[in-house]
Design a protein around this ligand. Structure first.
Ligand code: ADP
Ligand code: MG
Length: 258
């Protein structure tokens, strides 16, 4: 069967006035529909670059990225992208921020608006529909950013360090919230993070990248006896074994380089 996402032998370099920067080298992996993948690796190893290739914003110089067997540019799946910064517009209310994407695509029907209001309610923003983003906490802002992304009904969700601007406590609970939302809506998601605990607590599988140029060093499937909530997983005995495993994979890189 054709995998939902098929990344095969992908390499990518940036070319600037200063010269060439090889960012990714021969990356291959597949993702099934509904899977939640985390990608970890040291800062600058090419994680964000990988996401820009997955959504077709850049073309690999070698290898291919296929969605449902087709090059990303030809497949009609919708791809949602969530960044580290929430990019909410201060001059718009929370409701008009989360409806922005639909408005641009002229898909903001009364039904779609009703659905957005119900999502805002479900995700604890019901009382802030008419507030400005500046009145929200960091965690609430990230939830609003997620609703804005989900409103477009993406088939694949790419999350680039979406929690790293939050303080530790907020980060734990927002990660818990957001992964529950993603699992409830059965979204296929790829979460990039440099936080190993976050990756292990949230995902079905962790991909470990080496330092630049990013190579895929290990793929670690996670099994927590069916437990999917990050907050619960963190207290399970499997958690520290996985942490040690991922840590060991990441560190083996330093030894090669030193
Ligand atoms: P990560 O997200 O893992 O921190 P990035 O994918 O952002 O890493 O970057 C990988 C490497 O490519 C880094 O060395 C970075 O400096 C370089 N890089 C990223 N974007 C550009 C660009 N637009 N032009 C030139 N080099 C870039
Ligand atoms: Mg990055």
């Amino acid at each position: 069967m054709t995998p939902f996402l098929d990344v095969s032998g992908v390499s990518f370099s940036y070319h600037t006035m200063e010269g060439e920067t090889k960012a990714l080298s021969h990356i291959s992996f597949t993702v099934e529909n509904g899977e939640f993948i985390a990608v970890v690796g040291p800062s600058g190893c090419g994680k964000s670059t990988l996401l820009t290739l997955l959504c077709g914003l850049a073309e690999p110089e070698e290898g291919a990225v296929l969605l449902n067997g087709l090059p990303v540019s030809q497949d009609h799946s919708r791809i949602g992208y969530m960044f580290q910064r929430d990019c909410l517009l201060e001059w718009r209310s929370v409701l008009s921020n989360v409806s922005l994407g639909l408005e641009i695509q002229r898909r903001l029907t009364p039904e779609a608006k009703k659905e957005l209001l119900s999502m805002l309610e479900t995700y604890g923003l019901g009382d802030f529909v008419n507030s400005r983003p500046s009145e929200l906490s960091g965690g609430m802002r990230q939830r609003a950013a997620l609703i804005r992304t989900l409103a477009l009904k993406p088939d694949l969700l790419l999350l680039d360090e979406p929690f790293s601007a939050l303080d530790y406590q907020t980060r734990l609970s927002v990660c818990d919230d957001i992964s529950s939302i993603l699992r409830a809506s059965k979204k296929t998601a790829i979460l990039v993070t440099h936080d190993l605990s976050e990756a292990i607590s949230a995902a079905d599988r962790v991909l470990v990248l080496s330092s630049r140029p990013g190579r895929l060093k290990a793929e670690i499937p996670l099994s927590f006896s069916g437990e999917t909530r990050p907050i619960h997983r963190r207290n399970m005995p499997e958690f520290s074994s996985y942490f040690n495993l991922v840590w060991k994979e990441l560190k083996s890189d330093d030894e090669h380089n030193s």
